[in-house]
Unconditional design. Structure first.
Length: 149
């Protein structure tokens, strides 16, 4: 698969979860209407990776919905990156409650995951029924990240 300008990335909601290998064929079959088979790529990493949509925009606390300072987020990301993204737990500066970098509310959704499925140049967004079938096939809730660029 060549580097696509636009990709739809699927990650489990739990950044540490890795679906069973057999579920990958089911994923391709369920989402066949989105792109041809050669447009799919699945990767498994030893630690979570950051799936960047090409800019995250504003970021809010999932607990109190306050806007988080960009400088705080960059520092939290640098610390997490230095640890290989093995620890995503952070304390929000607004309400002092714990959350994770994965659970922050990103204006342009971004996520972390060890298991990452990419669809190059999808022709449309997945339908609700397709999403439910993918979650059933993978055995976990999923999140989408639209990567542009």
């Amino acid at each position: 698969m060549s580097l696509a300008r636009n990709r739809l990335v699927i990650v489990p909601a739990d950044p540490e979860f890795v679906p069973e290998t057999g579920s990958q064929d089911a994923l391709r079959n369920i989402l066949a209407a989105l792109a041809p088979p050669d447009a799919f790529r699945i990767r498994v990493h030893s630690r979570p990776v950051f799936v960047d949509p090409g800019g995250v925009g504003e970021i809010c606390c999932p607990n109190c919905r306050e806007l988080l300072p960009n400088a705080w987020w960059r520092l939290a990301m640098a610390e997490a990156r230095a640890g290989g993204f093995g620890r995503l737990l952070v304390r929000a500066p607004c309400c002092q409650r714990q959350t994770t970098l994965n659970d922050l509310v990103y204006e342009y959704p971004a996520r972390f995951g060890r298991w990452v499925a990419e669809i190059a140049e999808p022709v449309r967004a997945p339908l609700d029924g397709e999403t439910r079938r993918v979650e059933a096939a993978l055995g976990c809730p999923i999140r989408y990240v639209r990567v542009r660029g």
